[in-house]
Design a protein around this ligand. Structure first.
Ligand code: TYD
Length: 210
């Protein structure tokens, strides 16, 4: 589904791929063009969804509970934050969205993809179709390199504690989602130095006249 008024851009990739630091640069670029920019993240982005994020990242639970909490957070986030922002013509930059659910819960944990698809269409339903991003910047990186970056950076959450085999599956999950929606996805080679990653992003935006 294309955007009603604003523009919805998501940032995806395995932990340690470096997406979050580039999100701010895109925000600055578009603020400089006089656009209203809403920066947000998933799970999270509203008080209720941030509470659910705490549970999902730090409490153990079965796979269905995890998927339901993530989609519950997404529903609140869409209704309270994303849809109103797009309706008033803002640009929404979201750190992760449903592709992460297919990659982490689906490919990573092996959870039923048909259930995730059903939840996706229920939760993201709008009057004009299923809400999908206009563009997804996918920061693709070898899991061994990403693991080194995460280890150096912070105390790991429940997902960051997973082994390299898990992140190889997550990466494959992103690859599958990207192949299914080639117009929406832009693959960024996240192994390159920071300035070159930034240049790749600018090129992707310019390709779209943004
Ligand atoms: P992340 O976005 O990497 O934030 P931070 O930089 O603060 O660590 O962390 C969110 C974690 O949640 C990440 O490990 C992936 C996981 N996640 C899922 O498993 N499924 C989802 O649908 C989403 C949105 C995130």
């Amino acid at each position: 589904m294309s955007t009603t008024a604003g523009r919805f851009v998501t940032f995806e990739g395995i932990d340690g791929a470096g997406k979050s630091s580039h999100l701010e640069a895109v925000a600055e670029r578009w603020r400089g063009q006089g656009l209203e920019v809403v920066r947000t993240r998933e799970p999270g982005g509203t008080p209720l969804a941030e509470s659910l994020r705490e549970l999902v990242l730090h409490r153990s639970m079965d796979a269905l509970t995890e998927a339901l909490l993530i989609f519950a957070a997404r529903r609140d986030h869409l209704q309270q934050c994303i849809e109103p922002a797009l309706a008033r013509g803002a640009v929404v930059l979201c750190d992760r969205y449903t592709d992460a659910t297919f990659a982490y819960q689906g490919a990573g944990r092996g959870f039923d993809l048909a259930v995730l698809s059903a939840l996706e269409s229920w939760v993201q339903a709008t009057a004009v179709g299923t809400r999908q991003p206009d563009l997804t910047l996918w920061f693709d990186l070898d899991p061994a390199v990403a693991a080194g970056r995460v280890a150096a950076a912070r105390t790991p959450d429940r997902f960051e504690q997973q082994d390299e085999a898990f992140f190889r599956r997550v990466r494959d999950g992103y690859r599958t989602r990207a192949a299914a929606a080639p117009q929406r996805f832009a693959r960024i080679d996240a192994a390159q130095p920071r300035e070159q990653v930034a240049a790749q992003i600018v090129a992707m935006l310019q390709e779209r006249g943004w």
